[in-house]
Design a protein around this ligand. Structure first.
Ligand code: G
Ligand code: MN
Length: 273
């Protein structure tokens, strides 16, 4: 394994805002610009499995960057650096394009999940470009799920809903990501055109031994069923957790028990059976 990131992303973000005021880009943002040009942003794919039969159903694309001096930056740190360096659009498009290129090699039934930020959502051309990328990759829109975090939506719920509705109208599926980790604003569930709820791993941590945790999970699953939402459990690390989520009716699971995020070639091999 690569060594972990040694410097927190916020350090760069804060430094970089200051730097920008002085019109000096932080070296790390320059490195990222180069890495983007050189196609050095790596995409890993973490398998997702059906809860009924544990069959492979798709993968979530996770970006990461192996910096020559600072170690590995996972997706969220990468996005923070890109945003502070004014490269968020380029990064998002790069990730979407690379992920679709890989997913095109998979068998037809498998789905691709992409993480989308608030910036993407409110970017005037993101939706349009995404549809063009889908068309170019001959990838059916209904095999793509966009995972949106709650933070991405707080800015302007009505506008978020409108943006997402336009994408959903094209067949793209929308999942609310990290559910249970943030503010859990239930208005999201009422207002947004959602297809799926992705439970944060903190929602699954205690379900095997704590009756309160289990009660919360059951309540959320009842609500999701009433809303007709698919439920994805993330961060499944052991068999006991997997049994609980399958028994309680989560549709899909993802986590280290199944597989860690893996290189594209490895996932392609896995998907080929
Ligand atoms: O919330 P999001 O889906 O973006 O989280 C993805 C991150 O979670 C990745 O960095 C991945 O390595 C990590 N991850 C994936 N599966 C597990 C798991 O089972 N347990 C833990 N602790 N982390 C996981
Ligand atoms: Mn996600």
């Amino acid at each position: 394994m690569t060594r972990p990131m040694s410097i927190p992303a916020q350090t760069f973000e804060r430094r970089n805002r200051d730097d920008r005021r002085r019109s000096e880009p932080h070296p790390i943002t320059e490195d990222l610009a180069e890495a983007l040009l050189a196609d050095q942003i790596e995409l890993l794919f973490q398998p997702q499995f059906g809860s009924r039969d544990n069959a492979l159903v798709g993968a979530e694309a996770l970006a990461r960057w192996q910096h020559p001096d600072h170690g590995v930056f996972p997706g969220d740190a990468l996005v923070a650096i890109a945003q502070s360096g004014g490269m968020a659009r380029r990064l998002s498009r790069h990730i979407a394009r690379s992920a679709l290129r890989e997913a095109d090699k998979w068998p037809n039934a498998l789905r691709l999940s992409l993480n989308v930020t608030a910036m993407d959502l409110f970017d005037r051309t993101f939706g349009e470009e995404l549809l063009t990328m889908l068309a170019d990759a001959h990838f059916p829109a209904d095999r793509l799920t966009l995972e949106i975090t709650e933070q991405a939506l707080v800015a302007d719920l009505d506008r978020s809903a409108a943006k997402l509705e336009a994408l959903a109208a094209e067949g793209i599926r929308i999942a609310l990501d990290d559910f249970g980790a943030g503010f859990c604003n239930f208005r999201y569930l009422k207002k947004l055109p959602l297809h799926a709820l992705k439970l944060d791993r903190s929602m699954l941590e205690g379900v095997t031994e704590d009756s309160r945790d289990l009660a919360v999970l059951r309540g959320i699953l009842a609500m999701a069923r009433a809303l007709g939402l698919t439920v994805i459990a993330e961060g499944i690390e052991n068999e006991a957790q997997r049994e609980v989520v399958a028994r309680e009716g989560c549709d899909v699971w993802q986590g280290f028990l199944g597989a860690e995020p893996m290189a594209a070639e490895k996932f392609a091999a896995l998907s080929a059976g």
